[in-house]
Ligand binder design. Structure first.
Ligand code: BGC
Length: 285
């Protein structure tokens, strides 16, 4: 156990290959009622973890996630919270500890889009997106770091003191006209993540981001159901020539949450079929 900043973790690394990599771990996933959050919550359960399923509006989706987790023989608990509200986030973390007694993995994933060109963007559209997509990440990160430091390392569970995995976007480096609020939040998240990773690395708290490209989620359903847009626009942006599946992201989240990635710190991993490779240069330039 540790208290405050006085704790010095042992400088060791896992020796053996690890299977069922999250057995005994407790994970919190925000926005887990659908899309990537749902897939990651289920992926964690498949790897052996119990999961707090957070949602803000879609209770039915959260219940579906929880049922699937329980069907895998793991425990699930559902908690409604808007991640941009400090008191709701703190209540969610309290519920995590009341239910599971600890937290090993936190995945701030919940995000929204309110699209408008800048000259038409209302202050509300700007602030809502920053509040959920950036301030929400800060609030969940702060409560996680506090919890991880309180707990210290339990080697029977993980070599790390805790794992924080932010869900960002390719738009943390690719500009996106018409979505400047979203890109600003994701770009801000990149340096928030790296600064925090630097701040807590010595405590063996691991902090990383996953930046997905175009994935088959409800957020993207409009693009996917318009064949014209899908073929002529979206696929042109993806060198791998396929849309991503939520499982492409959840497999990576499981690995980042596990001791298999013990030496990975402060990194953004792009799961995007090559979207960040300047596909406009294919056959051009
Ligand atoms: C957005 C998707 C978009 C993708 C690639 C993601 O962050 O949520 O709507 O398709 O970036 O542009």
């Amino acid at each position: 156990m540790s208290s405050g900043n006085s704790y010095t973790p042992p400088n060791e690394m896992p020796q053996a290959p690890i299977h069922r990599v999250l057995v005994g771990q407790k994970a919190l996933v925000t926005g887990a009622s659908k899309g990537l959050g749902q897939a990651m919550a289920i992926g964690f359960a498949r790897a052996g973890a119990d999961v707090l399923v957070n949602y803000s509006t879609d209770l039915a989706g959260a219940e579906e996630t929880a049922r699937t987790i329980e069907g895998l023989g793991r425990r699930a608990t559902i908690f409604k919270a808007n991640v941009s509200k400090e008191d709701e986030v703190q209540a969610m973390f309290q519920h995590m500890f009341d239910t599971f007694g600890r937290m090993d993995i936190c995945v701030p994933n919940a995000a929204i889009q309110l699209n408008a060109r800048v000259d038409e963007m209302t202050l509300h559209q700007w602030q809502e997106v920053i509040n959920v997509n950036l301030t929400g990440m800060f609030l969940c990160a702060r409560e996680s770091i506090r919890a991880f430091k309180r707990q210290g390392i339990d080697r029977s569970i993980s070599y790390a003191c805790g794992k924080l995995i932010f869900i960002s976007s390719v738009h943390d480096i690719i500009p996106w006209e018409g979505h400047a609020n979203y890109a600003a939040a994701k770009g801000g998240l990149m340096l928030f993540m790296k600064s925090l990773a630097q701040e807590v690395a010595h405590l063996r708290i691991r902090v990383n981001s996953i930046s997905p490209g175009a994935i088959r989620t409800p957020m993207n359903v409009e693009k996917l159901t318009s064949p014209e847009m899908f073929e002529s626009t979206l696929l042109n942006l993806i060198p791998s020539k396929r849309i991503g599946e939520p499982e492409d992201v959840s497999r990576l989240a499981v690995w980042l949450a596990s001791d298999e990635s013990d030496y990975v710190q402060g990194t953004t991993i792009y799961v995007d079929g090559g979207m960040t490779l300047y596909p406009g240069f294919i056959g051009a330039g």
